[in-house]
Write a protein that binds this ligand. Structure first.
Ligand code: NAD
Ligand code: UDX
Length: 465
C-alpha cells in the first residue's frame, strides 16, 4: 500500500491553488507544496493579507488561512518540491495553440512537456504523476514516454485526475464534488496501487461512491466531453433566445418548462450574452481537432457548431446595441457593467465582455467599464491581447471606473455583461436620472426585472424576450 505523505503541485493557478488548498485543509497529515515559475503569483499566495490572494473565490481565503504554513506551502523552488514529493500533480495551463500544426484548435502541450522533462530530470525516487490539467485523450502516453526515457531509472505511474470545479464556486465544488474521476492502469499491481493512493487522498472527505475510477483514456476523454456537453446546453438555449426574441416567447419561461422535465434537468439553461471562461471554447476546439485528426468530419462539425453559435450570440448582442442606438454609437458613452466571464470570479479569460467591447470600440463608442473584481490593467491587457488596435488606442478609447454609478453617469446606454449580485441591488432610479435620454439598458444576463425597469423609464432589451 502506498501512503502519500508529500504532494507537489506544479502550477499555482485557478485550479492548482484552490484544489491543493482544499486537499491540505482536509488531509492535514499530507504536506502539500504548490510551485510555480511565476514569482508574483507565488508571492500573492503567500501574502499575509488573505484578500490579496491571486485567485478570488468565495471561501478560499478561509481555507488558505487554515492550512497555509501548517501543511500547505507556496513556493518557486520547483526542483526541490518535485524531488521530495511522492505524488506530483501537473496543473499548468494548456491553452489553444497559437502557432504551427493545429493552430487555433489543438491544445498547446508545451508546458506539460516541460513539466514532464523537469520531473524526469529531478526525480531520484519513484513518483506518481497526476494529470490535473485538461488534456487531449492519450496525453498520458506521451508523458510516460518522456518520463521513462529521460529519467534516472526511477519508476513513474501516471494517473489522470481531471478537475471539474467551476470558477466562482470552486471551494464549494471541491468540498462536495459530484464526483472525483481517477484514471489509471488497472491491469498492473503498480497501476492499481497508484489509483488507490489517490483514492485515499480524496477519501479524507469525499464519499467512496463519489470517487470513480476508470482507465486513463476514459478519464482524459470524459473531461473534454463534460465541458462540451455543458457548453452545448448554453449554446442550445442561446440559439433559442434569438428565436424567442422573434416570436414573443420568453426564453426563461421556455427554459423552465423544458428544465422541469427530469430527463432534461434545469441546470445550464440560462440564456446569456455567450459563454466565456478559459475552458469551454478551448476544450471544444480541442475535441473538434481530435475528431478531425481521426477523420471524423461529422463529429467535428457537430461540436464546432457550439462555438459558432456562441460567437454569433456575442456578436448579435453588440450589433443590437448599435442598431438600437439609431445605427451609430460613434462618440456615445456606453457603460459596461461587468467584465469577468461570470460572477464571483476575477477571471476574464474569453469573457464575452471583451468581444462586445471590441466590437463597440470598432464602432467608435466611448466604452466605460466597471467590474467589482477586475482591475484596469487586466481589462486593458484583455483588449491588447486581441490585437485589434494599438495599445495606445485602447487606452484612449476605454475608461475603467470604480463604481457602477460613475460608469453610467451621462451614458447613452448601459450593458449588463456579468451577473454580479451588486448590479441587482443598484439604485436604478439614480442611474436613470443620471443617464442621457432615452436611457437604453441591455441586459446580457437576464439579471434585472424588465417590467420594473421599464416602469422607471428605461428602454429595456434583454436576451431572449
Ligand atoms: P492558470 O493559467 O491559472 O495556471 C497555470 C499556472 O501554471 C500558471 O501560474 C503558470 O505560471 C504555471 N506554470 C506553467 N508552466 C509551468 C512550469 N513549467 N513550472 C511551474 N509552473 C508552471 O491555469 P488554470 O486555470 O489553473 O488551468 C490549469 C489547467 O486546469 C488547464 O489545463 C485547464 O484547462 C484546467 N482546468 C481549468 C479550470 C478552470 O476553471 N480554470 C477548471 C478545470 C480544469
Ligand atoms: C466550466 C465547467 O462548468 C467546469 O466543470 C469545468 O471544470 C471548467 O469549465 P467555468 O468555466 O468556471 O466551469 O464556469 P461555468 O459555470 O461552467 O460557466 C461557463 C460560462 O458559461 C460562463 O460564462 C457562464 O456565464 C456561462 N453560462 C453558464 C451561461 O451562459 N448559462 C448557463 O446556464 C451556465
Amino acid at each position: 500500500m502506498t501512503q502519500i505523505k508529500n504532494i507537489c503541485c506544479i502550477g499555482a493557478g485557478y485550479v492548482g491553488g484552490p484544489t491543493m488548498a482544499v486537499i491540505a485543509q482536509k488531509a492535514p497529515g499530507i504536506k502539500v507544496t504548490v510551485v510555480d515559475i511565476n514569482e508574483k503569483r507565488i508571492a500573492a499566495w503567500n501574502d499575509a493579507d488573505l484578500s490579496k490572494l491571486p485567485v478570488y473565490e468565495p471561501g478560499l481565503d478561509a481555507v488558505v488561512g487554515e492550512a497555509r504554513g501548517r501543511n500547505l506551502f507556496f513556493s518557486t523552488q520547483v526542483d526541490e518540491a518535485i524531488a521530495e514529493a511522492d505524488m506530483i500533480f501537473i496543473s499548468v495551463n494548456t491553452p489553444t495553440k497559437t502557432y504551427g500544426i493545429g493552430k487555433g484548435m489543438a491544445a498547446d502541450l508545451k508546458w506539460i512537456e516541460l513539466c514532464a522533462r523537469q520531473i524526469a530530470r529531478v526525480s531520484t525516487t519513484d513518483k506518481i504523476v497526476v494529470e490535473k490539467s485538461t488534456l487531449p485523450v492519450r496525453t498520458a502516453e506521451a508523458l510516460k514516454s518522456i518520463l521513462e526515457n529521460t529519467g534516472n531509472g526511477v519508476k513513474f505511474q501516471i494517473l489522470s485526475n481531471p478537475e471539474f470545479l467551476a470558477e466562482g464556486t470552486a471551494v464549494e465544488d471541491l468540498h462536495a464534488p459530484d464526483r472525483v474521476l481517477i484514471g489509471g492502469d488497472p491491469d498492473t499491481e503498480e497501476g492499481k496501487a497508484a489509483i488507490q493512493a489517490l483514492v485515499d487522498v480524496y477519501a479524507h472527505w469525499v464519499p467512496q461512491e463519489n470517487i470513480l475510477t476508470t482507465n486513463v483514456w476514459s478519464s482524459e476523454l470524459s473531461k473534454l466531453t463534460a465541458n462540451a456537453f455543458l457548453a452545448q446546453r448554453v449554446s442550445s438555449i442561446n440559439a433559442l433566445s434569438e428565436l424567442c426574441e422573434k416570436t414573443g416567447a420568453d426564453v426563461n419561461e421556455v427554459a423552465k418548462a423544458i428544465g422541469q422535465d427530469s430527463r432534461i434537468g434545469p441546470k445550464f439553461l440560462k440564456a446569456s450574452v455567450g459563454f466565456g471562461g478559459s475552458c469551454f471554447q478551448k476544450d471544444i476546439l480541442n475535441l473538434v481537432y481530435i475528431a478531425q485528426s481521426f477523420g471524423l468530419k461529422e463529429v467535428a462539425d457537430y461540436w464546432e457548431q457550439v462555438i459558432i453559435m456562441n460567437d454569433h450570440q456575442k456578436r448579435r448582442f453588440a450589433e443590437n446595441i448599435v442598431r438600437t442606438l439609431y445605427n451609430t454609437v460613434s462618440g456615445k458613452k456606453i457603460a459596461m457593467l461587468g467584465w469577468a466571464f461570470k460572477k464571483d470570479t476575477n477571471d476574464t479569460r474569453e469573457s464575452a465582455a471583451i468581444y462586445v467591447a471590441d466590437y463597440l470600440l470598432n464602432e467608435r463608442a466611448e466604452v466605460v467599464v466597471y467590474d467589482p473584481k477586475v482591475s484596469k490593467e487586466q481589462i486593458l491587457a484583455d483588449l491588447d491581447y486581441l490585437g485589434t488596435r494599438s495599445e495606445a488606442e485602447n487606452r484612449d478609447l476605454i475608461t475603467v471606473v470604480n463604481s457602477a454609478y460613475e460608469a453610467t453617469e451621462e451614458a447613452h446606454a448601459v450593458a449588463v455583461m456579468t451577473e454580479w449580485d451588486e448590479f441587482v441591488a443598484l439604485d436604478w432610479d439614480q442611474i436613470y436620472n443620471a443617464m442621457l435620454k432615452p436611457a437604453f439598458l441591455f441586459d446580457g444576463r437576464r439579471l434585472l426585472d424588465k417590467e420594473a425597469l421599464k416602469a422607471k423609464g428605461f428602454e429595456f432589451y434583454a436576451i431572449g424576450s
